[in-house]
Design a protein around this ligand. Structure first.
Ligand code: GLU
Length: 505
């Protein structure tokens, strides 16, 4: 039997990390077993659903590379995959259940039901539908029908108990007495979630339902509907909730929850995918960094833990850093370019149109190879793609801004101006202008002026980047090139001279 699984989002919001993780588990299960991954849009709640949200969900899934085999855009044998386009089918199924006596029309008014509920709750009791309409005689029912009274359709819950074997939680059993005759078709002729989800899972021949824990209490109703329709009951796997670090259900309060926000914050899809896979699932052992193929290879429902999973942003950042570090130079340029462009920092690449506010750079920095060198230099320290923006700025903008902390920490020596001028003279002469030669020249100058090499290096870093931290200074100086380095050293000596003159005045 080829497994058929589905991800069935309601487009009432963007794709959030919990939904993405559910989609991922379904996807991995399908790929692991050569099965079919169906995407079905549950948009029967027309007031809360929107086309924009559908697009957002599809974008999020595509960004993560969770391609579906049947569903929107790709179609399939069970088209349409939008519940809003399948309403007639649900009405037919409801009618079929009424005809077989497993469901019945309910003419009770909303007011009566509300009043009954409030009365019971006022006495501290839970209220369940009292089956008034199940007790109608055929004549009474015919009279309602003849008068054209509006009605909902309720499922007649049979006596006994309903149980299912959950692949995550084991056997779960519910007493049917605790489940009221639930509505499957509303009086406006629209299905409830229970009816549409089961009708579709039957029609689409779904074999495994992998979904959030929050649906466990719905599952006995679904099992009863499958049985009433004479359809095989699929295997259920209810995956644990995702919690924030405070152990509360993950929500906006904890930061980004939509997958595309993670894209904007500079996470790589491979890293987020890997991270989400380990939220509530483990391959055993302490494996953490796993490619998509490795995840597919190792995935199984038995590895899903029953306990809730905690979303640890620090771990995600670490993982993202690992994926960034492993990126090829070409891929890195492609990944980072949109962020540089958005920040207005992209040098005009040879032949490319000018973007952003910067004047076009017509020096070697406009060569793709130079950008590649810059990004690979910054690569080891980056944890998010957005980190490249601030780190790249001093390389792409010639007005270096000295950070106050860098000034107070590394520029306080009163003799510094002379040292920086001397350094400029030395670096103007050194041949060839390579890392090794520049390093030797800087160290020799420090010795000859009785300075610690570190002090000179720190001041040089401030001169060329304005910062207290940067990649290895000699690589930085060579990447910037001699002319730019000398101009920045000169700028610093003027800054220091003005400061010193001010101090003496
Ligand atoms: N549309 C439901 C939801 O978004 C999915 C339910 C299911 O997977 O059965 O929660």
């Amino acid at each position: 039997m080829i497994p058929r699984v589905r991800f069935a989002p309601s487009p009432t919001g963007y794709l959030h990390v919990g939904g993405a993780r559910t989609a991922l588990f379904n996807y991995l299960y399908a790929r692991r077993h050569g099965g079919v991954f169906v995407l079905r849009i549950e948009d029967t709640d027309t007031e809360r659903s929107s086309v924009e949200m559908v697009t957002g969900i599809l974008d999020g899934l595509r960004w993560l590379g969770l391609t579906w085999d049947e569903g929107p855009d790709v179609g399939g044998p069970h088209d349409p995959y939008f519940q809003s386009a399948r309403l007639d089918r649900y009405r037919t199924v409801a009618a079929q259940l009424v005809a077989s006596g497993q469901a019945y029309p309910c003419y009770c008014s909303g007011e009566r039901l509300r009043a009954e509920r409030e009365r019971a709750e006022g006495q501290g009791e839970a209220w369940q539908y009292d089956r008034a309409c199940l007790a109608l005689t055929p004549e009474q029912r015919a009279a309602h029908e003849a008068a054209g009274h509006p009605y909902a359709v309720r499922f007649a819950v049979p006596p006994g108990a309903t149980a299912f074997d959950d692949a995550v939680h084991g056997r779960i059993s519910f007493e049917n007495a605790g489940i009221e005759d639930f509505v499957i078709l509303r009086s406006d002729d629209n299905p409830t979630y229970h009816l549409s989800v089961v009708a579709d899972d039957v029609d689409m021949a779904i074999t495994h339902v992998v979904r959030g824990d929050d649906h466990i209490s719905n599952t006995p109703k679904h099992v009863m509907l499958f049985e009433a329709l004479g359809a095989p009951v699929p295997c259920f796997a209810h995956v644990p909730l995702i919690l924030g670090e405070d152990k509360k259900r993950l929500s906006k309060r904890h930061g980004a929850t939509s997958v595309m926000e993670y894209a904007q914050q500079g996470y790589l899809p491979e890293a987020l995918l890997n991270f989400l896979a380990l939220l509530g699932w483990s391959p055993g052992g302490d494996r953490e960094l796993m490619s998509r193929a490795e995840l597919v290879e190792a995935f199984g429902l038995e590895g899903i833990s029953g306990g809730n999973a905690v979303f640890n942003t620090e771990k995600l950042d670490w993982m993202n850093g690992q994926y960034i570090a492993a990126r090829s130079p070409e891929a890195l340029v492609a990944d980072v370019t949109p962020f540089l462009r958005e920040a207005g920092l992209l040098p005009a690449l040879s032949g490319a149109p000018v973007h952003g506010d910067l004047p076009p750079i017509s020096d070697e920095r406009s060569e793709p190879a130079w950008l590649q060198r810059l990004l690979t230099l910054l690569q080891p320290r980056a944890r998010r793609l957005t980190d490249f923006v601030e780190q790249a700025r001093p390389f792409l903008v010639d007005d270096v801004v000295y950070e106050p902390e860098a000034v107070s920490k590394h520029l306080s020596s009163p003799d510094l101006c002379g040292h920086i001028e001397a350094l400029g003279a030395v670096l103007g002469q050194v041949e060839p202008y390579t890392e090794a030669a520049v390093e030797a020249a800087v160290r020799a100058l420090a010795v000859s002026r009785g300075l610690k090499a570190g002090a000179l290096i720190h001041a040089t870093r401030v001169a060329v980047t304005g910062r207290t931290a940067s990649p290895g200074i000699f690589e930085v100086l060579v990447l910037l090139g001699r002319t730019r380095t000398l101009a920045r050293l000169e700028h610093l000596s003027r800054f220091l001279a003005a400061r010193d003159a001010g101090a003496h005045a």
